[in-house]
Ligand binder design. Structure first.
Ligand code: ATR
Length: 277
């Protein structure tokens, strides 16, 4: 019998999650489907109950429900609890168990590109839901320092205060002067540069006259203005699609216990599809 998986959020149109999960189903010989559901905030609880009633085995949660989903779950993994956000829910005998594979996915992608995370001095752009999970994961991974810049300074201050409960690390607020710090890695967690506003970038990299790595979580378009500028300057780049793929593979390990070897093969196939696209 076909197993059902899906994504709830708003908006979900254009999500690449079905592309990733369907590739894993094919690779691992799993008879399953994956659908995206646009859910209104007022219908979140009934939508979740509906998925359980329809026999779904699991689902992903995206913007803006990664925090709102928590009270609807029977159990939350320790990591998701610390990050305050859930993006993957496993349904087993009607029980809903929440996980955060965004944080672990980010860690896996960064480690693959940069090796150990402990020596990294990181600048995060943005202070929304995505930034919150990413900063939490970076602190749990023990990065050397973390600085946060956001359009609205108040929101950045609120995030820094929340993160202070997670770690004793000093977290800097960067308002205007990016030269006050020295960074090994810049991560864009804002939506700036996302289609249809793909002619914009969240920061001018000409402010940095030393080599660093630039990572953009925006994956539509594949190559954002930020990534283009970074490549033009000879900086190392990490594409947003890699994080999307990684969190989905980790969800598959939870839902379907797909072995690592098959997940690695699926990742390889997905990345090579992008190269030839
Ligand atoms: P998500 O859950 O995807 O992080 P969010 O919580 O709405 O979504 O956060 C969006 C982030 O992108 C915020 O950091 C937001 O900055 P503000 O807190 O100042 O709103 C940032 N952002 C969105 N549009 C922006 C723009 N045009 N310029 C700069 N930052 C922007």
């Amino acid at each position: 019998m076909t197993a059902h998986f899906g994504l709830i959020g708003q908006p979900v149109a254009g999500s690449k999650s079905p592309w990733v999960h369907e590739q894993v189903f094919k690779q691992a010989g799993i008879e399953a489907d994956y659908c995206c559901f646009n859910v209104e905030a007022t219908s979140l609880e009934s939508a979740v109950k509906g998925l359980v009633a329809l026999g779904f085995k699991g689902f992903n949660v995206t913007v803006p429900y990664k925090e709102a989903i928590l009270p609807l779950l029977d159990e939350v993994s320790p990591q998701a609890k610390v990050l305050g956000a859930v993006n993957t829910v496993n349904i087993c005998d009607g029980r809903l168990v929440g996980y955060n594979t965004d944080g672990l996915g980010l860690e896996a992608v960064l480690s693959r590109h940069l090796g150990a995370l402990a020596p990294l001095r990181v600048l995060v752009l943005g202070a929304g839901g995505a930034a919150s999970g990413i900063c939490g994961a970076l602190l749990l991974a023990g990065v050397k320092s973390l600085a946060i810049h956001n359009r609205s300074t108040e929101r950045a201050k609120a995030l820094i205060a929340r993160l202070g409960d997670l770690s004793d690390a000093l977290i800097d607020l960067v308002e205007e002067d990016f030269t006050q710090g020295h960074y090994d890695l810049i991560i864009n967690t804002t939506s700036v540069g996302m289609a249809p506003d793909d002619d914009k970038r969240p920061i001018d990299l000409d402010l940095f006259d030393y080599p660093l790595t630039v990572c953009d979580i925006v994956y539509k378009p594949h190559e954002t203005q930020l990534i283009q500028q970074a490549k033009g300057k000879g900086f190392k780049v990490i594409y947003g699609i890699e994080m999307l793929i990684e969190q989905a593979l980790l969800a598959e390990a939870i839902w379907n216990e797909v072995p690592q070897q098959q997940l690695d093969a699926a990742r390889q196939d997905l990345l090579s599809q992008l190269e030839t696209a």
